[in-house]
Design a protein around this ligand. Structure first.
Ligand code: URA
Length: 232
């Protein structure tokens, strides 16, 4: 990888800022001053210092956000605040959203610049479970548990796969795990049977859960969590 790209990805500065630093002679690779921005560096093997401080490199970044209500799952929006605006300090990374949540849905949103993992987690070919706490406008009829377990058609030619539905502490509160990410899927699944979803919160993707991350806060995923997502 080019030295300027390596430094920019590591958050040292923008591509043009790091080129200037290199020209100033403050960048050392394996104890040698390097003036060539295009030098090929191996992030695993080479030691890179800027102003004598070692630069540690992460090939990919993985973040989770507890999205509050009212934020849209987008980078920019003319009308509403965006989920991206809550992520600070990663402007130098080309982060993407792994799936989306509606503006009025709260909970777990994952961001990464690992395109392969994004594709893996969002592809309909892989059965990645997404678990929601759902608040309904009326008590759940338990018959729905078996209907959801079998899968059903949402509309003409649109089937939803088997989903796991469980009652929580009150008959209005359920937990639902779905294995696809169709547009407004949870709301449409309940609407088909005459229910309105009045609260929707995603708390897990696979085994990765929000834990006690507060609303509006974000953090990097642990190695263990990244490994879990990759194994889905
Ligand atoms: N299903 C929905 O209807 N909305 C979401 O935000 C996520 C899943």
């Amino acid at each position: 990888m080019r030295l300027d790209k390596f430094l920019a990805n590591a958050g040292v500065g923008t591509r043009s800022e790091v080129k200037n630093l290199i020209k100033l002679g403050v960048v050392l690779v394996n104890q040698e001053v390097i003036l060539d921005s295009g030098l090929d560096v191996n992030p695993e093997r080479d030691e890179v210092l800027v102003d004598e401080a070692p630069v540690s490199y992460q090939e990919y970044v993985y973040l989770m956000l507890n999205k509050p209500k009212g934020y849209v799952s987008a980078r920019e929006d003319r009308k509403d605040p965006t989920a991206f605006s809550l992520i600070q300090g990663y402007e130098h990374r080309d982060l993407h959203l792994v799936g989306r949540l509606d503006k009025d849905t709260t909970g777990l949103l994952i961001f990464t610049d690992n395109g392969q993992l994004t594709h893996h987690l969002t592809s309909p070919k892989h059965d990645v479970g997404k678990t929601y706490h759902v608040t309904l406008d009326q008590p759940l009829d338990k018959k729905l548990i078996d209907i959801f377990k079998a899968g059903f058609s949402l509309g003409e030619k649109e089937m939803v796969k088997a989903a796991s539905l469980n009652l929580l502490t009150s008959p209005h509160q359920v937990s639902l795990t779905i294995y696809e990410g169709k547009f407004h899927q949870v709301k449409r699944m309940f609407s088909k049977f005459g229910y309105q979803v009045v609260g929707l919160h995603r708390h897990a993707v696979g085994d990765v859960t929000l834990g006690n991350l507060k609303e509006g806060e974000f953090r990097e995923l642990t190695h263990n969590e990244v490994a879990k997502l990759k194994s889905l």
